[in-house]
Ligand binder design. Structure first.
Ligand code: ATR
Length: 271
């Protein structure tokens, strides 16, 4: 049976197997998709398994999206432009690293009907997924991106990385953690909220009504961050669609079929 994996550390929280195994069955594809917790020194062994076709494809999550890159033969432009890989596949015996987080985020935002063009975006966090979000925001022609991360140097590193790429450097500003500038949309890309009681220590009380609060976290469905957006009368959205779309795109790459996304699929993620 063909085997697919999601690798990360920790990995037990990943809902990718629920989605992929459902789609495999629905499309009558003989295969199995499993979680695998890896240590950094096990990455090489993993890529060898894909080269030897013991594993056909893999998704990559925190903390390996960048760390996996040296072991791959080639990056797609999406992975290259973000230095972030979440999907691996074999093409003519070459290991390719691709990034489906970008299109996952883009499609999720399109579904909300919120037009990002010329908007001011505030991103909280500077972890693994943020380069993909910045890249997608750039494609959607936002006006500016402001980065705020507890560890400021990580946000500054992201800014300098994009200085050298097609994203206009003047559009990225780094501010101190705790500072809340004027924005149209705020994105929580930190891990704060994964536990129900988690709270970001930020004061949004001075914001205007028509803002949009977006959380990359989808479990729990409504983090305290989204609750505070709701309290201020803002539009809110969690990361569920982004997660489903990035998975669907990976499925298409491995199996050549774009899987169905419907209420049943969305329901698979309700724990
Ligand atoms: P990684 O940083 O390994 O890529 P991640 O889950 O992708 O992991 O990112 C976690 C993000 O949540 C980081 O931006 C982290 O901030 P630091 O860079 O300062 O670690 C942020 N984060 C985690 N706990 C936080 C907290 N209690 N308050 C604010 N930000 C937090």
């Amino acid at each position: 049976m063909k085997k697919y994996l999601v690798i990360g550390n920790p990995i037990s929280h990943s809902m990718s197997p629920e989605l992929h195994n459902y789609w495999l069955k629905e499309n009558k594809i003989l295969g199995v998709y499993e979680r695998q917790k890896l240590k950094i020194n096990e990455l090489e062994k993993l890529v060898l398994k894909i080269k030897n076709k013991k594993v056909i494809g893999a998704n990559v999550t925190v903390p390996f999206k960048k760390k996996i890159i040296p072991y791959l033969d080639k990056l797609t432009p999406e992975a290259q432009n973000t230095q972030s890989v979440n999907t691996i596949f074999l093409d003519n015996d070459r290991l390719i690293g691709h990034n489906t987080d970008i299109s996952g985020f883009e499609k999720a935002i399109k579904d909300t009907k919120y037009n990002l063009a010329k908007k001011k975006i505030l991103i909280l966090g500077a972890g693994g997924v943020v380069s993909s979000i910045i890249f997608a925001l750039h494609k959607m022609k936002v006006f500016s991106v402001t980065l705020s991360n507890r560890t400021k140097t990580k946000a500054e590193n992201l800014k300098s990385f994009f200085n050298n790429t097609i994203v206009n450097r003047n559009k990225i500003t780094v501010i101190d953690w705790g500072e809340i500038p004027n924005f149209d949309m705020v994105i929580n890309a930190t891990s704060v909220g994964l536990k129900n009681n988690d709270k970001l220590n930020l004061d949004f009380s001075k914001i205007e009504k028509e803002n949009f609060f977006y959380d990359v976290i989808y479990n729990p469905e409504e983090t305290n961050f989204l609750k505070s957006g709701k309290k201020f009368g803002c539009k809110i959205e969690n990361g569920k669609k982004m997660f489903i779309y990035q998975a669907a795109e990976a499925f298409k790459i491995w199996h050549g079929i774009y899987p169905k996304i419907n209420h049943k699929v969305i329901g698979l993620l309700n724990k």
